[in-house]
Design a protein around this ligand. Sequence first.
Ligand SMILES: O=C(CO)COP(=O)(O)O
Length: 253
Amino acid sequence: MRKRIIAGNWKMYKMMDEAKSFVAEVKGRLPETELVEAVICPPSLFLAELVNQSEGTSLKIGAQTMHDAAEGAYTGEVSPNMLADLNVQYVILGHSERRQYFNETDESVNRKVLAAFANGLTPIVCVGESLEEREGGKTVERVALQVNKAFEGVSADQAKEAIIAYEPIWAIGTGKTATAEDANDVCKEIRHEIGKLYDKNTASAIRIQYGGSVKPANIGELLSMEHIDGALVGGASLEADSFVKMIEVATHE
Ligand SMILES: O=C(CO)COP(=O)(O)O
């Protein structure tokens, strides 16, 4: 059985004190379980502090983005080596907000995925269609293309460790969730695509999250679906209570 993974994407929210209080509150309350991984992806400024603070607990820390180069004249960026050096374990790549506002493309996402693996980081690769694409019946085509591009040059052994987050753009921060069935259908197609790119074993090993207005009230239904192995959560991951609640639901459902 695939281990579930619930990751909080904090985006550009919280001050350092609030971030530290969150971790202090959450770390004693996470259920002891081998069934679910709990990850928080704070703004990069807080990474070092939160990695240290969560050491020795089951809470893991991820970054929200990174550059693909080891170092260089790239003002404002952080490198994969820097993240690995801090003991950051995960990195979100290709989030639709990065694609929309920061010019990330399928090609740059692919370079970053390769760089993540080269540095021992686990990528959470985001894919998802716009409302226009969904209404035009282009969802599967769009998402399949993103998956194919993102995994170019990635070995089957690496792909087995990767996380894909299916986040329909129209469901992010809007309160609109894809129905559990619709989300599962697309996650199934993503798994099928991984099967075509690699093999059956890789397709059944890779973990696929759903993201887009996930909260304690709807996470159980989403996780009950065959192809949904976790969630990438924005707004509802900002409060300790609601984050812990989602981990609890993931542990029990
Ligand atoms: O973008 C998201 C997570 O990466 C989803 O955000 P919301 O959960 O706030 O809709």
